[in-house]
Design a protein around this ligand. Structure first.
Ligand SMILES: Nc1ncnc2c1ncn2[C@@H]1O[C@H](COP(=O)(O)OP(=O)(O)O)[C@@H](O)[C@H]1O
Ligand SMILES: [Mg+2]
Length: 248
């Protein structure tokens, strides 16, 4: 069976004043793949995925998810449709426990299923929370205040919050930044596991991680797609080498 497009963009652009942060991006993500987005600092990677999640609005262009135009959808509606996003900057609620952080996220997924006014089944909420924490390996930290977790564990907690939404698409913005080598190995195994149930879009600076995880890679440079292809094709691409890999 031919791969099915989960998300696509057409001519997607975002400018901040005179700065073209994302320029005319045509992008096509297949269901089930792990896609990495790479590119130098300031290339527009975070801006691009912020457009996908609905955190910011495009200047022009279109975003489609499962065939439907979601360009005008607010962020919460995209979450309900199955798009989850973790921020480049750690964004857990420090005064809440790990479990409370995840439960807040899981609640939105349950509201998606039961309607915004439907009653939320507390047992189901606890089950989903525990499942998400267990999946990232934080089951024994469920009562720890998020602010007291080690940095690497806070990043895993964010992933658990994304997983609690039971997303079809999980977007991770530089999730391995600041992690130790051991934590990165653990994280790579986690992403492989997540990819069994969701499509993964990963912004990543660490090239060994990209080459290990990605089925395909999109390279952004000055807000534009410089190249897109398999890890081997990207590694061999002279334009990519000149713009990025050579400088890394
Ligand atoms: N909210 C904003 N207001 C103004 N400029 C922004 C804003 N967000 C990002 N930019 C600019 O857009 C460009 C792309 O930024 P970003 O998407 O964060 O790049 P990357 O994630 O690839 O490092 C940069 O020049 C950045 O300074
Ligand atoms: Mg960024």
């Amino acid at each position: 069976m031919a791969p099915v497009t989960l998300l696509s963009t057409h001519g997607l652009s975002k400018s901040f004043g005179g700065l073209q942060a994302v320029q005319n991006v045509d992008f096509d993500l297949k269901t089930g793949e792990i896609r990495a987005i790479i590119g130098p600092n300031g290339a527009g990677k975070t801006t691009f995925v912020s457009l996908l999640s609905g955190r910011i609005e495009p200047t022009s262009g279109q975003i489609r998810f499962e065939g439907a135009d979601i360009t005008g959808d607010p962020a919460f509606r995209r979450v309900r449709k199955g798009i989850a996003y973790t921020f480049q900057i750690t964004s857990v609620y420090p005064k809440l426990s790990a479990a409370e952080n995840v439960a807040l996220a899981a609640q939105s997924a349950l509201q998606r299923d039961s309607g915004i006014l439907g009653r939320i089944d507390q047992t189901l909420l606890a089950e989903k929370t525990d499942a998400a924490l267990a999946r990232v390996g934080l089951a024994d930290r469920r009562q720890t205040l998020a602010g007291n977790l080690a940095y690497g564990h806070q990043r895993l907690l964010e992933v658990a919050m994304g997983l609690a939404l039971e997303p079809k698409l999980l977007i991770l913005d530089e999730p391995t930044q600041g992690l130790s080598d051991g934590e990165i190995d653990n994280f790579c195994a986690l992403v492989k596991d997540i990819a069994r149930t969701a499509t993964v879009l990963l912004i990543e600076h660490n090239m060994p991680v990209v080459m290990r995880l990605a089925d395909s890679i999109t390279v952004l440079n000055y807000g534009e797609v410089l190249a897109s292809g398999t890890p081997d094709a990207i590694r061999a691409d002279p334009a990519v080498q000149a713009a990025y890999l050579g400088a890394a």
